[in-house]
Design a protein around this ligand. Structure first.
Ligand SMILES: [Fe+2]
Length: 264
């Protein structure tokens, strides 16, 4: 199995691409559409690198996966789908996210908060196939109510749950977020085998290179929010205090409008 990560430096986002060497089937997780907030223009320069890779390798794109509806960047799901095909998938919890935001954002009168903008809504334990490799869905809410982790053999693509050990964990103060739920989700991730490769959704390093993959063991020994012993009450207090100091992501409104509609 092949794994490649692409860092989008403007938003600190990692896009993860996996491919089955035998069948040439591939998936893309958490793609990014370039967006200029001043002009409100989008462009596909970044995702075009991934489209070129898939075309050059003659891979077949099966699934375009989201770990959740992001609030800090726009998904390139529909650009990928229109160029390469594939089904756009997100967690079933997106319906709750859509219901939460339908009256808070200018979504248009035809917007339906029923998940129908996506091709597939995923639940805990669902399994997708990428050629000879299984992708198992694990629900990991807390940052948002639609958050998923994708388990692909010895990889886990963990979305906004844990970040690099020096950066801790994801915020829980968006509507639908819950620090106690994220504690439980992180506990599930940390119960995976120590050598499991955790694919990060973001990294915004200041004094080091961006890192796309760390292990469960790295998180248990070094993560500033969850190193052993990982205590529920202490985590929830730390997370809640930290969230009270955070500003909203600068692209929150365009990102949510775009992303809860699957990038349509
Ligand atoms: Fe997020």
């Amino acid at each position: 199995m092949i794994h490649q990560s692409f860092h989008h430096s403007a938003t600190g986002t990692w896009t993860h691409v996996f491919a089955c060497e035998k069948t040439q089937h591939c998936i893309v997780i958490d793609s990014v559409l370039d967006y200029d907030a001043k002009t409100e223009q989008t462009s596909s320069e970044s995702v075009d690198q991934i489209i070129s890779l898939i075309n050059d390798k003659e891979w077949q794109l099966k699934y375009i996966l989201e770990t959740h509806a992001h609030a800090d960047h726009l998904t390139a799901a529909q650009v990928l789908k229109s160029n390469l095909g594939g089904e756009v998938c997100i967690g079933l919890g997106i319906i709750k996210v859509q219901e939460t935001f339908k009256d808070r954002l200018p979504l248009g009168e035809n917007f339906n908060a029923d998940g129908s903008d996506f091709d597939l809504l995923l639940s805990n334990g669902d399994v997708l196939l990428m050629g000879q490799h299984a992708i198992e869905v694990m629900v990991t809410p807390g940052h948002t109510s639609d958050s998923l982790t994708y388990l692909i053999e010895d990889f886990a693509v963990i979305g906004d749950t844990l970040f690099h050990p020096d950066s801790g964990s994801a915020r829980c103060d968006f509507p639908g977020g819950d620090a106690a739920e994220l504690y439980h989700s992180i506990s599930r991730i940390l119960s995976l085998p120590d050598e499991t490769k955790l694919c990060l959704a973001h990294d915004y390093p200041e004094n080091r290179d961006a890192v796309s993959v760390v292990t469960v063991s790295d998180q248990k020994t070094g993560n500033i929010h969850c190193k052993t012993p990982f205590d529920a009450q202490r985590y929830i207090e730390t997370r809640t205090m930290r969230d009270a100091q955070l500003a909203p992501p600068c692209l929150i409104e365009p990102a949510l409008i775009h992303n809860i509609q699957a990038g349509h």
